[in-house]
Every structure is written in structure tokens, then in C-alpha cells.
Design a protein around this ligand. Structure first.
Ligand SMILES: Cc1ncc(COP(=O)(O)O)c(C=O)c1O
Length: 384
């Protein structure tokens, strides 16, 4: 049976249902402190720039283990401004995994460069050094390694290929706040890292926000200038045409309130992911694997099933909401077809089978069990 329409949303107030994501229980925990931050920032007029932003940038740099963190308006701008800050633009190609949110590729185009889409590893669905190697050409300037779903890609292996070919590696860590590889955090593994603080991210603001992380002082200064109308050291002097892409003081204050809980929330995500894995162990669900020696942060819990539309509808009938990340790979999106990437077999097959299961830090073990029971029932129904 093939069902094309999306399944109905579940009622989040119905205790018998499991919504795909629930932000309110997390924000309820912070609300009184958010109100205090609002009062303080308003009283200090610290809306653009100011001590809350400075402090959060310092704390985020320290958390990631880098020398510099520059707040920007969102995760897409973080990528675009990093590329521009590195002097990458028209005439340059940038390697991008096709299995990512379109923003990764849109940022490349916004910088004036050309995205070259590549396939991914079938187990982790992340880009690997061999995917990158196959796409290198005379005008390749950079590769963007996406830590998709909160899993950490092999940045070191990709960097050794990139170094041999004189190209830059950038991490898109929009889904990987706090994830690590051999004890080193995402955002510190390459020349620069970029983050999104979109509300649903592992560290989310109460609106849009983003950050660039780097040890490169020159790049940090350029990104800061580009994000602030191309200003130089003298505020009235504009050394190049930049634009306005700043992280608000208020968002920095809210993020600063949430940061101390990030590791605890990520630990809870890992516990819930382990519970899913152990409960669903024997089922043909193609759960996306983590690379060895990495500590993923499970922004998403992703499975792969045949007859996905039917599967999602049957789960919705049982009150379980799911989602898809991402149903159409970047190179097949109308916006990017002109870059003519050809057939990418792993990502194209995955795109038709991916399904994201509910996972958020305030979820209970009982809710995971309910999702798993529903999955078992749906698969048994299918086998009958
Ligand atoms: C992998 C990835 N890259 C980039 C972005 C863009 O971030 P933003 O929505 O903050 O612009 C996102 C956000 O959804 C993302 O998931």
C-alpha cells in the first residue's frame, strides 16, 4: 500500500500520543530565568552587541575548545560568511554532501560559489573522504562536512585529503552542538565550524541565531566585520561591503541560560537513543549508525524503512508522530538542479526510506517504549 499524503499531526495535549518534538516542557524549566534575562537586557539597552553577546561568544568558544566564536543571525549566514571570510566565492567550487538541509548548499550559492554535491556513507549517511576525493577538481576551494543528525563525520580523514589538495574544510555543526570525536568537540575539528541556534536545535534560541567558531584570528575578524556592515576597527569606517547578520543580545542571554544544561540534555538524548536501539535491535529498521570513537548528540533519531508513507500513517494511527530529514536530497531540489550533480545512489535511496522518530531531552522512557511498541505492532501487521 502506498500513501502519499503526510500523516495527520498528533494532538500534543493528548497524553496517549507522542509528538515528534516538544519544546514547551524544556522551555517551562527556563521560563522564570528567561524573564529575568529579558528585564536585564532591556534595562541595559543591550539589544545589539553588548555584554550578553560578548559573554556568550566567550563561553561558546570555550565550550567548543576554540579561540574565537562570532555570533551571527542564523546558521545559514554562519556558513556563507565563513566562506566569504575565507575569500571563497565566484569561480570556486565547494563540495557539499547531498544529504543535508538545503541551507548548507544555499549558503554556498549565496557566497557566489558553486556547490558540488556528493554521496554519503551508507551506514552513517555522512560524507566521507572517498566521497570528497571523487569530487575534487581544479577549482575546488572547500568542503563542508555536515555533522548530520548530531553524528560526527570523520573530519580528520577529510582534512588529510583536503590538505593534500590545498582546500579548506568547514564543519556545518548546526545539528551537532556538543558532539565530539576523540574528546574534541564539533566546531573545533576543522578550519572553522558553523552553528545554528534555531529553536529546535540541541541548543536553541527563542528565535533565530548562529555562530562561527575558529582558531584563525584573521578569519574571525573578517567574519565579524562582514556580519556587521563591513566595519573596520573604527566603527564609522567600512572596509568592505558586508551586511547585517548579528546575534541579538536577547538571544545571546537566553542561550547563555540554556548552555549549562546542554551536556545534560545531550546525555539524555544519548540514553533515549540507546533505549531505542536496544528495544528495536532485531527489527529491520536501518537505524543510522554512529562512527566509532565519537560521542553523537542525537539531534535526530533516524531509521530507514521500505513503504515509508504507509509506515508513518500506521504510526500516526497509533498516536506516534514522525518526520523526514530529508525527503528530497539537495541535488534533486529544483533550486539546485542547475548544478547538475547526476545520480548519487546512496543518498537517493536513503531519501525515499528515511524516517525520523521522536527524540527530545524531556521525553520519558515510557514514551520511547510506546513508540517502540507501535513500531513492533506496525511491522507485525505488515508481515501478516
Ligand atoms: C545541517 C544544517 N545546516 C544549516 C542550517 C541552517 O541554519 P539556520 O536555519 O539557523 O539558518 C540548518 C538548520 O536547520 C541545518 O540543519
Amino acid at each position: 500500500m502506498t500513501v502519499n499524503a503526510s500523516p495527520p499531526r498528533v494532538d500534543p495535549l493528548d497524553a496517549d500520543t507522542v509528538p515528534f518534538y516538544a519544546l514547551w516542557p524544556q522551555h517551562e524549566h527556563f521560563l522564570a530565568r528567561f524573564r529575568q534575562q529579558l528585564d536585564d537586557v532591556v534595562m541595559a539597552n543591550a539589544f545589539v552587541g553588548g555584554p550578553w553577546l560578548d559573554r556568550f561568544e566567550r563561553r561558546w568558544a570555550e565550550y567548543c575548545g576554540v579561540d574565537h566564536a562570532i555570533g551571527v543571525a542564523n546558521g545559514t549566514d554562519a556558513i556563507e560568511l565563513t566562506l566569504r571570510g575565507l575569500g571563497i566565492g565566484p569561480g570556486d567550487e565547494v563540495v557539499v554532501p547531498a544529504n543535508t538541509f538545503v541551507a548548507t548548499a544555499a549558503a554556498v550559492v549565496a557566497a557566489g560559489a558553486t556547490p558540488v554535491f556528493v554521496d554519503v556513507d551508507p551506514g552513517t549517511l555522512l560524507v566521507t573522504e572517498s566521497n570528497v576525493l571523487a569530487a575534487l577538481g581544479p577549482v575546488t576551494a572547500a568542503v563542508i562536512v555536515v555533522h548530520l543528525y548530531g553524528q560526527v563525520a570523520d573530519v580528520d580523514a577529510i582534512t588529510s585529503v583536503a590538505d593534500r589538495h590545498g582546500i579548506v574544510v568547514i564543519e556545518d555543526a548546526a545539528q551537532a552542538h556538543g558532539a565530539s570525536s576523540d574528546g574534541r568537540r564539533a566546531g573545533s575539528l576543522a578550519r572553522a565550524g558553523t552553528f545554528s541556534f534555531y529553536p529546535g536545535k540541541n541548543l536553541g534560541a527563542l528565535g533565530d541565531g548562529g555562530m562561527v567558531t575558529t582558531d584563525d584570528a584573521v578569519l574571525a575578524q573578517r567574519v565579524r566585520s562582514l556580519s556587521n556592515h563591513g566595519r573596520g576597527h573604527v566603527a564609522t569606517e567600512h572596509i568592505e561591503v558586508g551586511r547585517n547578520s548579528r546575534l541579538d543580545g536577547l538571544q545571546a542571554a537566553f542561550l547563555g541560560e540554556k548552555l549549562p544544561d546542554l551536556d545534560r540534555f545531550n546525555r539524555r538524548r544519548r540514553e533515549l537513543a540507546a533505549l531505542y536501539r536496544s528495544t528495536l535491535l532485531d527489527l529491520p529498521l536501518g537505524l543510522v549508525q554512529a562512527r566509532p570513537a565519537t560521542e553523537p548528540v542525537y539531534h535526530l533519531m533516524v531509521a530507514q524503512v521500505d513503504e515509508r508513507a504507509w509506515f508513518r500513517h500506521r504510526l500516526a494511527d497509533r498516536g506516534i508522530e514522525t518526520s523526514i530529514h530529508y525527503p528530497m536530497p539537495c541535488h534533486r531540489q529544483p533550486a539546485f538542479e542547475r548544478f547538475g550533480s547526476g545520480y548519487l545512489p546512496i543518498v537517493e535511496r536513503a531519501a525515499s526510506r528515511l524516517v525520523s522518530l521522536p527524540l527530545y531531552p524531556t521525553m520519558t522512557n515510557d514514551q520511547v517504549h510506546r513508540v517502540c511498541e507501535a513500531i513492533v505492532a506496525v511491522i507485525e501487521e505488515d508481515n501478516r
